[in-house]
Design a protein around this ligand. Structure first.
Ligand SMILES: [Zn+2]
Ligand SMILES: [Zn+2]
Length: 281
């Protein structure tokens, strides 16, 4: 059983719970490692990222917990960093901090809306639908293709260790209401992205949070994970917890899905770097 999680959000960004509550819960559940991955600061108003001025306090708080619990639980300091072309110089201050143990790269914003604001694809369904209608003139396909093009651009820049929730663009696509994941254009966009990923050393996370969202599925989908296996892409299991109660949510399901499609190991950040650990029941 995998008992580590490196994708968590505490009170420093949009999560609920002090970091120490996460640590105590992780110890109580017998976890073997815990990583904090607050949303990195952004240079525009938003509802989820850590304010830039709180970054030093975040780093020192997690570092202090690392020390305090070093004999009981390995704790790692990470960041979930948005990939948005054009804001790199603002972001590097945070994402290149030598204090960090790892970073997760994610795409939550695709292009700009009619008011010139970055369009969040995963905040709520009305915002998702509005972006399709106004930015992409009612066409879902170019919006989805643009999302995957941004993921490829991010992977090609090779600045992150992990790709966050690879197919989160499907978050509001329950019952395939916006597009069919079976369509050839969708498969082609995914396939092109996986080819870029396979040529990189990035780890794809199996993010179980999607099971609690409208789509009711993990990110990425089973079909994508199957292709990841065929292409030998490394994977890890995370829950994207926004509350300590979700630290290991649906981990057993994720592990058995991975085993069923042929994965024998997943990656974990340890004190020696990234290491493969066997997927055992
Ligand atoms: Zn995210
Ligand atoms: Zn997250």
């Amino acid at each position: 059983m995998i008992r580590s999680n490196y994708h968590t959000h505490c009170v420093f960004c949009d999560g609920k719970g002090d970091p120490e509550e996460y640590v105590k819960r992780a110890i109580g559940q017998g976890m073997t490692a815990l990583g904090f991955s607050c949303h990195a600061p952004l240079p525009f108003p938003n509802a989820f990222a850590m304010p830039a001025e709180n970054f030093p306090a975040y780093v020192s708080r997690i570092k202090a917990l690392q020390q305090q619990y070093r004999d009981i639980l390995p704790i790692f300091l990470g960041l979930e960093v948005d990939f948005i072309p054009g804001i790199e110089s603002f972001q590097t201050t945070f994402s290149s901090s030598p204090a960090l143990d790892y970073t997760i790269g994610s795409v939550h914003y695709v292009d700009l809306d009619e008011e010139g604001n970055p369009w969040p694809i995963d905040s709520d369904e009305a915002t998702f639908a509005r972006g399709i209608a106004t930015i992409f003139h009612g066409e879902v396909r170019p919006a989805v293709e643009r999302y995957y093009a941004l993921i490829r651009q991010m992977v090609e820049e090779r600045t992150h260790d992990v790709v966050g929730h690879l197919d989160v663009i499907k978050k509001y696509n329950h019952q395939q209401r916006y597009f069919s994941e079976e369509e050839s254009w969708y498969r082609a966009a995914v396939e092109e992205t996986l080819a870029v990923l396979a040529a990189s050393s990035m780890i794809v996370e199996v993010n179980t949070a999607g099971l609690q969202k409208p789509v009711g599925e993990m990110y990425p989908s089973r079909a994508i994970l199957k292709r990841c296996r065929e292409l030998d892409i490394r994977v890890m299991i995370n829950s994207d917890a926004h509350t300590p109660a979700h630290l290991q949510a649906h981990f057993a399901e994720a592990a058995s899905l991975l085993q069923e499609i042929g994965y024998r190991e997943v990656y974990q950040r340890t004190l020696n770097g990234w290491e493969a650990v066997p997927l055992t029941p």
